[in-house]
Design a protein around this ligand. Sequence first.
Ligand code: MG
Length: 366
Amino acid sequence: MRVTLSVLKADIGSIGGHIKPGERLKSRVREFIEDKGTKLIHDYFLSSTGDDIAILISHSRGEGNSDIHKLAWDAFKAGTELAKEMGLYGAGQDLLKDAFSGNIKGMGPAVAEMEFEERPNEPFLFFAADKTDPGAYNLPLYLGFVDPMYCSGLILSPKMSKGFKFDIMDVEHTEGDRLVSLNAPEELYDLAALLRDNERFVIEKIHSRSSGDLAASVSTTRLHNIAGKYTGKDDPVMLVRVQGEFPATGEVLAPFAKGHYVAGFMRGSHNGPLMPVKQNEAISFFDGPPVVSCAAFCVHEGKLTEAADAFDHPFWDYVRGRVSRKALDIRDQGFSGPAMLGYSELEYGGIVEKIQDLDKRFKVRK
Ligand code: MG
């Protein structure tokens, strides 16, 4: 059977600043989906990561379907009403447009989708990150799909020996989707040359070169491109099919043990290590650190199994300790140099006026 997985995510308000949306708000969004979605969809799963609520939907309507997108948009709208009633912080902050225009992309919420023919057993992973941007997935995807140091399947599984095709988006190009496709392993160095720049070049999709099948799909929204100003970090979601001709679950998870430094953290203006966290985890230290959650599922005839919480394991407790250490290390440096993002990323925020005012006070010494 052909199935589509769509994950749609938004920050529509949170408790105590940017900590978490809270159970009442999540229940409101869930009730809306239960009430209005049953005829449209096969199944759904709702969770939060930091201050964001994500709705994972299984259906048969293909990617970019306006009914599915509208369902999520209206659910987020309904949640926003409650968030306003409750006086939650940043109520409706990711809903950047007033009226739904057929596709939730470009309206604020993040969306990642994949349509495929279900395998007899179809395991997949749903990632959600908070306090960071879509480039946060570049390095883990690179390592999990092309590096045999992480993905032993590239050596051990004949189904993976042809490698993968990466579709990469230039997210600085705002007049339309500007994409390039690169093949691993032949173009590994070209791939690395682009993926090093997490703020500009973002993996959108990955395909198996053995079967041509879609392996991964990432939300590529940069909110400042939509709003023209800083409105919060993009907080990307991602879907990854695993096993068979794709990397094993553990091969996709392994690179997240790095806790690599990503853009985001406090006011979306700093670099911090990406911490793998359990489902529904909150945000804390320095409005961070940047976090990523992962729920693992099988989907069968459109129905989702219960979620297995991939980062809820003693191993990841140890990793979280190490990542905390990395967070403290870079925070030691305050605003200086690489601890804070470069000016091009900050130019959507308030620092621009400050620099402009200061600029007038400069004099060239004769
Ligand atoms: Mg968020």
